[in-house]
Design a protein around this ligand. Structure first.
Ligand code: GLN
Length: 481
């Protein structure tokens, strides 16, 4: 049961071989059984919501494909009446009075929310060690990190505590944890999924997306989350994504761009070997492999770590203990109320980024840092534009390394540098996914596929084809079978 695809689960529900209640109970029990070891979830629902169940049953009757399928939401999506902490003490007690648009849409599709998943505080991090609620453990090796910031969602899917979870990605937070946990994860084009009700980190980069077993599962759930939302001014006026699982995907003639210099730079022999094998598979299937050049991509990490902190310092100013967030209870004047509430509520990584951002935006430095970084961002977008004039998709590594041990990357900068393959597509707002391409030293390796703007269909189709011919994505860590 726990390795069935969403289409298979849906068929069982439609044919009344199982009820939505029973299906949820299977996964609910797994959430309870495995949270102790993984810490993948921050909040588990004590009882399922009757209204959601009713919506699911109605959806099953009318043949809605996602009706009755359980899921978990990353804990930065506001969920009405359910705690939404964003992995922070600052929001430890926050119970939103409304649903994020993405949450509301999936509810409307009949999906049932079982839990809220753990994450790096305010989505800042690549290891989940920055969560205020226990670091998440990687189901493939509990002494290792699951990646971040959507590490809870990735671990929950890898351990099959839920068949699918939402995630968010600002500079790699869906793709890198998906790669580290051996699952599939898609970050759509910027503007595809409404950010309304998603706690903001860096508004010009944040995108909601999906983490699941397969590309097909990701496509089905993503499609239901998309479409213009008047409540988000950056929501694109596009029609909702129509994910069509191709009947006969042939890669013949497909132009796959490869950044050879990135692959050559890989120090980890296992990651390199799997990456080359996946590219060889595309070639065998008749794709044309074209070496592409992204001359400014080397500057992406530096630009991102100016832009993202700058936006975060502005976004997080609202958490002052008065308007939003934790309030210190022994402050003696307004200034100390602000100071103490923020000192107590935020963790060290968040404080560091607020300080970097405030500094980069300050009058004397704005031109030298923020403006310069914006220009670099534009150059990177242009690089991609040129590349996509020649190719249909780009295939490249997700992370230069295998999942690392907890505490191994205590210095922040080496963790930042490990984002070098995921950040460029984020800066350009392009759709991208990570899919499992095998193992090295018993740990999963992912491959990144990047598509042209609003062309989620191509990257999902290529991943779907790969997954028809391979079964890496179906493997479950032994302790969770
Ligand atoms: N690892 C990156 C960071 O720490 C990306 C995080 C994200 O995508 N939310 O900012």
């Amino acid at each position: 049961m726990i390795n069935l695809s969403i289409r298979q689960l849906s068929e069982m529900l439609q044919e009344q071989q199982i009820s939505a209640q029973e299906l949820c109970a299977v996964y609910y029990d797994r959430c309870v059984a495995h949270n102790e070891t993984t810490h993948a979830l921050i909040t588990q629902r004590q009882e399922l919501c009757a209204a959601e169940m009713l919506q699911a049953e109605k959806g099953i009757e009318t043949g809605q494909l996602l009706a009755g399928i359980p899921l978990a939401h990353k804990d930065l999506f506001c969920t009405r009446g359910i705690k939404t902490t964003c992995g922070s003490k600052m929001l430890a007690e926050f119970i939103p009075p409304y649903d994020a648009t993405a949450v509301a849409r999936l509810k409307h599709a009949g999906m049932i929310n079982l839990a809220k998943t753990n994450m790096d505080e305010f989505a800042m991090g690549s290891s989940n060690e920055h969560s205020a609620f226990n670091p998440v453990n990687n189901p493939w090796d509990l002494s290792r990190v699951p990646g971040g910031s959507s590490g809870g969602s990735a671990a929950a899917v890898a351990a099959r505590m839920v068949p699918v979870a939402t995630g968010s990605d600002t500079g790699g937070s869906i793709r890198q944890p998906a790669a580290f946990c051996g699952i599939t994860g898609i970050k759509p084009s910027y503007g595809r999924v409404s950010r309304y009700g998603m706690v903001a980190f860096a508004s010009s980069l944040d995108q909601g997306g999906v983490m699941a077993v397969s590309a097909d599962d990701c496509g089905l759930v993503l499609a239901a989350m998309t479409g213009h939302d008047p409540l988000d001014s950056t929501s694109a006026p596009e029609k909702p994504l129509q994910w069509k699982k191709p009947n006969d995907t042939s890669l013949k003639g497909l132009k796959v761009g490869v950044t050879q210099v990135w692959i050559d730079s890989l120090q980890d022999g296992g990651v390199k070997k799997r990456t080359l094998e996946a590219i060889e598979y595309f070639k065998q299937q008749g794709a044309e492999i074209i070496d592409i050049n992204l001359p400014h991509a080397d500057l992406a990490v530096s630009a991102y770590y100016v832009l993202a902190p700058a936006e975060c310092s502005s976004n997080l100013s609202r958490f002052d203990g008065v308007r939003f967030g934790h309030q210190a209870n022994d402050a003696h004047n307004l200034e100390s109320l602000y100071r103490q509430s923020r000192s107590e509520g935020f963790g060290s990584e968040v404080k560091k980024r607020i300080m970097i951002g405030a500094w980069a935006l300050s009058a004397g430095y704005y031109d030298a840092y923020y403006l310069k970084a914006q220009k670099v961002r534009r150059l990177i977008s242009e690089d991609f534009k040129q590349a996509f004039a020649e190719v249909d998709v780009i295939a490249c590594p997700v992370s230069p390394e295998l999942p690392f041990k907890h505490g191994e990357k205590a210095d922040g900068v080496s963790m930042y540098q490990a984002d070098k393959f995921t950040i460029p597509a984020s800066l350009a707002g392009l759709p991208c996914l990570s899919m499992p391409i095998g193992f090295s030293e018993g740990l999963p390796v992912g491959l990144q596929l990047i598509g042209g703007y609003f062309d989620e269909q191509s990257i999902l189709s290529v991943a779907d084809k790969y997954q028809q011919d391979h079964d890496h994505h179906l493997r479950i860590p032994e302790a969770f079978v």
